[in-house]
Design a protein around this ligand. Structure first.
Ligand code: PRP
Ligand code: ZN
Length: 297
């Protein structure tokens, strides 16, 4: 594969849970993606970026080898790949992306009892993550064998080829459908933005800086809300204290009403129903909470 000097190459999952959320993030970041169904690359029209569409398990390797400059992949896949390569880290995580949260868990058939980790001694555990699992067992002084499987790990106990499994749990539906119980979380995961440790051109570095600032803007605007309310002027100090993560609010007078004001503020933390109820108790009325589409600090 010929290396591009100016266009940044980002490895992303072709299809799957991670892919959907990755594309949603890239679109929210303002990238215009020119899809090329079945192709290996998608070109971005408004920034010098190409997306390399691959299996998630292949993403760390591509970033380690510099075939891709960046990669978006689950921490579980990154960790397993690094441990499998003598714990080398030829890619650094430059941002936790806050989506695709899931846990790597040990699960047993519902019919089995569970006391503690020692129950796994001398057992066979089916998993796609033998390195993470064995590292965890080693720390806990457990000796067990792993049966490496790629896909349909949850059927292993039913087939009689393993006593337990160690697999990704998100909603828990897969475990439930297969008569398995989650007994121990061994690794918590979310999507990571990886960057190769190979040297990059100035053009590519500039694109990464721009991209990171936009990712941060997307993350902030998700949590940040614009809040508006009316209130008696005397309630202003109490209301300001209640506004979550807001800097100096904007205060406006209300036409024809001497003692009432309108308060507008940007809240950088979640605004819950409880917060709105407290504002109301402190004197606010007509409380509106609006989403913020884009932010640039
Ligand atoms: C994981 C895991 C289960 C499923 C669990 O696969 O292997 O099949 O998700 O999710 P649930 O708890 O919501 O039912 P994943 O989607 O990560 O795909 P991959 O391992 O094949 O890449
Ligand atoms: Zn996978």
């Amino acid at each position: 594969m010929q290396m591009e000097k100016t266009r940044l190459r980002i490895a992303v999952q072709k299809k799957g849970r991670l892919a959907d959320e990755t594309f949603a993030l890239l679109k929210a970041t303002g990238l215009t993606i020119k899809e090329n169904k079945g192709g290996l690359f998608y070109r971005i029209k408004n920034l010098p970026i190409d997306l390399l569409l691959v299996r998630d398990d292949d993403i760390p390797g591509f970033v380690f080898d510099g075939v891709a400059d960046l990669g978006i992949v689950g921490a579980n896949v990154y960790e397993e790949y690094a441990l499998n390569n003598n714990n080398q880290r030829r890619a650094q995580c430059i941002q936790e992306l806050g989506f695709s949260h899931c846990n790597l868990c040990l699960a047993l058939p519902n019919t089995e009892g569970y006391a503690d980790l020692n129950d796994f001694n001398n057992k066979t555990i089916a998993t796609s993550y033998p390195n993470i699992l064995q590292t965890y067992f080693k720390k806990g002084g457990i000796s067990a064998s792993t049966l490496e499987m790629h896909g349909s790990v949850e059927v292993a106990p039913k087939l009689g080829i393993a006593d337990a499994i160690c697999d990704i749990v998100s909603s828990g539906a897969t475990l439930e459908a297969n008569g398995l119980q989650n007994v121990k979380t061994i690794f918590s995961s979310q999507a990571l933005l990886l960057k190769t440790t190979k040297a990059l051109s100035t053009e590519k570095k500039d694109t990464i800086t721009k991209l990171l600032s936009r990712f941060e803007g997307v993350r902030q605007s998700k949590e940040t809300k614009y809040i508006m309310m009316n209130a008696p002027r005397s309630a202003l100090p109490a209301l300001t204290k209640l506004l979550p993560g807001a800097e100096a609010p904007t205060v406006m007078h209300l036409e024809g009403q001497k003692d009432s004001i309108a308060i507008h503020a940007v809240c950088r933390e979640s605004v819950f129903w409880e917060t709105m109820e407290s504002l109301k108790t402190a004197g606010a009325s007509s409380i509106l909470v609006l989403p913020i589409e884009k932010m640039l600090a």
